[in-house]
Design a protein around this ligand. Sequence first.
Ligand code: GLU
Length: 450
Amino acid sequence: MSYAQRVIEGLKQKYASEPVFLQAVEEVLMTLQPLLDKDAKYEKNKILERITEPERIISFRVEWVDDKGEIQVNRGYRVQYNSAIGPYKGGLRFHPSVNLGILKFLGFEQIFKNSLTGLAIGGGKGGSDFDPKGKSENEVMRFCQAFMTELHRHIGATIDVPAGDIGVGGREVGYMFGQFKRLTRSYEGVLTGKNLLFGGSLARTEATGYGAVYFAQNMLEDRGENLEGKVCAVSGAGNVATYCCEKLLQLGARPVTVSDSRGMIYDPEGIKVDVLKQVKEVERASLTRYAELVPTAKHTPVAEYPEGRNAVWSVPCFAAFPCATQNELNLADAKTLLANGCKCVAEGANMPSTLDAVHAFLEAGIAYGPAKAANAGGVATSQLEMQQNAGMQSWTFETVDGKLKDIMGNIYKNAAATAKEFGQPDNLVLGANIAGFRKVADAMIAQGVC
Ligand code: GLU
């Protein structure tokens, strides 16, 4: 059994109740063997055993009072995974499905994603099983304040800098920033994704979706292709999906789908981003409302999905952008996409494709951009926000967007060159994993063991 396999087997025994974490670890470790074979120092320094264990896990009770005056209790977490190359950095997820296994998967991915950006940021993730759906503005505010009442003692601009993820956007970041400031009397860039009024960066909101499209452009350019005039399938309807659609439209492509937990929209003329923003950002409504506002669009409710699979992936497209959540695209979906002629997949969500779907894309030889490379634009722009806060500056939209474009180009070049170095030129999963891992692992070795 190889070194990577032995470590995976050990983790399967130890963390049997954390399947998504084990999936994320397997996806990374199984591609590292060529590097581990080439250089014995990683096994000698027990790097795989060390890098898969979070440096610190903070887990805490969050209690708050709802609008009826009743006490509510949630669980809060921050997984400070790896600080070898910079302060812990990564989002907060508020969703009823959140548990430690999910945050460990997200935190583990974040280590390599952040390393790939080329910027000085370590990996972390946090969140709560709090469900923002159906909560009033005041309830969301009280929850965010209660969450930060504990979290504030563990974070700081040079220690750990949280941001948004599913269920956490500008509104929630604002409430948490306010509470951090009240409790610490410190005005610092402790969170990213802030409002422009108090230290936020232009283009941060757009960055993850825009970045996924820039990554797709890089992959396609190398293959003599482009997105102009092409039909694209996008899943999700949050911040990532919205700005992915916006950038596709700007480039002359035609995104025809979006989806949420209730169903999917097929808009053959192309998704109307202003309507999507109105429905999701302003009204915080379901996509059924989009269909009300755009009569040419068709809404398919989840109950009518084929075999329970997201109907987005049955829409013939040139390029697919999974921007919803983990494991939203399985082997059957991958086969459908490929049979319908899909030539490019760029992942906006974290780990949206199951392991067998990833293998199907790699075997088919299409342009496949794994999440930790393709969606790194969000966290990269968060780091640009940290730079602006530290220097007490605010850069123009064009400056930040220009830097984002360069970073996405460099991530692609680094992953592609590393894939080539290890003899698998089209395998960006291997390229991204090895490139991201190597920098962190070498930093850990250089810093010694204690
Ligand atoms: N949640 C985003 C991600 O998955 C962004 C994290 C950040 O900006 O720190 O990378």
